[in-house]
Ligand binder design. Structure first.
Ligand code: TRH
Length: 351
């Protein structure tokens, strides 16, 4: 019998919530034959991320304020602690056999993650238990999303340093663009649609609409339209260096086997800094000391602590070492199994 699964997603901001949930729903349906319903309060990002979604076996449902009286599935995934509709929880509790209830957490490389992955949290009043499921880079975590059909395309070879740029509002961006423009090396930077493109337009002091190409000194800038997820994956594979952010593009950059720079989702209380440091520590372990330091310095500056232009030359010099590191690193993080297969195994023992 096919396993039914309801995956609940609230779009807090940006694209990551929808992006992660869509990928997981798609993979569980296509690779494991699960009967997937994706309940999402704002389905519109899925149209942009996956314009082909109607042809895929995921039932995308709008999650309205007044939730319908739906029969709960055998597996219920609550993404990023989005809180299930009370009416749905009551129906889960009324079933003769409680569904497997998973809280899919945010990704972090912090040391405490393996200790918390899989922990149960019994409901205070109802006969239901929720389990925490943590994505992660280390053994004992839920691993990372990676589909069997993930395709990062051929790696590009060109005379200029080819870069893709996907970031939040980033005060370090203008200084980095100026450093590239004033440098000796030709750089081609492909700017993602949205916040990155808006900031580049302001640095240029002129309109910079999708499709525009312009030059400042050694720097050529190309404004990209928003592309579907598979095209974004191939962009990551084709560039020599990718600036990524949040959660999903951060993971894809690691599978794409090209050097990358990560801007963490900025949190008001600085809660993102332990995540940045934990990742740098884990990722940098196999790098030679000076390359590790250059990578850490550049990441810190990109996330708001340090001088990005001053950090660039050493980071640029570290790129060949980082390129050599991409393959063993991807193999290491893949060795813990991918998130969907780990989730299927976790649920199988509890169904
Ligand atoms: O959009 P994000 O900033 O999402 C964030 C993070 O998930 C963060 O952890 C969370 O707290 C916050 O949302 C609410 O970045 P992320 O996670 O990289 O998701 C972006 C997705 O958009 C990713 O799947 C790649 C995709 N994408 C495209 O498909 N086409 C594009 O052209 C671009 C630029 C991105």
């Amino acid at each position: 019998m096919r396993i039914s699964c309801d995956l609940f997603c609230r779009v807090v901001d940006n694209l990551g919530d929808a992006a992660v949930c869509w990928r997981l729903a798609r993979q569980l349906a296509l690779e494991f034959g699960w009967r997937m319903r994706l309940w999402i309060d704002d389905p519109s990002p899925i149209d942009a991320l996956a314009p082909d979604h109607a042809s895929l076996p995921v039932d995308i449902r709008h999650w309205p304020d007044d939730f319908p009286d739906a029969e709960p599935a055998r597996v219920v995934i609550e993404a990023f602690a989005c809180e299930l509709p009370p009416r749905y929880i009551e129906r889960m509790a009324a079933l003769p056999r409680a569904p497997v209830w998973i809280n899919l957490e945010y990704l972090s490389a912090e040391r405490w993650v393996p200790g918390c992955h899989g922990l149960p949290s019994p409901h205070p009043t109802l006969p239901l238990t929720k389990h925490f499921f943590f994505p992660g880079f280390a053994a004992g975590t839920g691993g990372l999303i990676r589909e069997r059909d993930a395709d990062f395309g051929p790696q590009g070879i060109g005379a200029a340093l080819s870069i893709s740029m996907f970031c939040y509002e980033n005060p370090a961006l203008p200084a980095l663009l100026s450093a590239w423009a004033g440098g000796d090396e030709p750089v081609i930077c492909r700017i993602a649609d949205g916040l990155p493109r808006i900031q580049v337009a302001s640095w240029l002091g002129e309109p910079f609409e999708p499709g525009a190409i312009t030059r400042r000194g050694a720097l050529q800038l190309a404004a990209l339209p928003f592309v579907p997820q598979p095209d974004y994956d191939r962009l990551l594979g084709a560039c020599d260096l990718n600036f990524v952010r949040g959660e999903d593009s951060f993971v894809r950059a690691q599978w794409a086997r090209q050097p990358f720079v990560w801007q963490a989702y900025p949190q008001a209380d600085g809660a993102h800094w332990p995540k940045i440091e934990a990742f740098l520590d884990l990722y940098g372990r196999a790098l030679p000391g000076d390359r590790r330091a250059a990578t850490a310095d550049f990441h810190r500056a990109w996330n708001g602590q340090g001088d990005i232009a001053a950090a660039w030359p050493a980071f640029r010099a570290a790129l060949p070492a980082l390129a050599d590191h991409t393959m063993p690193w991807a193999e290491e993080i893949a060795s813990h199994g991918n998130l969907a297969e780990n989730l299927v195994r976790f649920c199988a023992g509890r169904l």
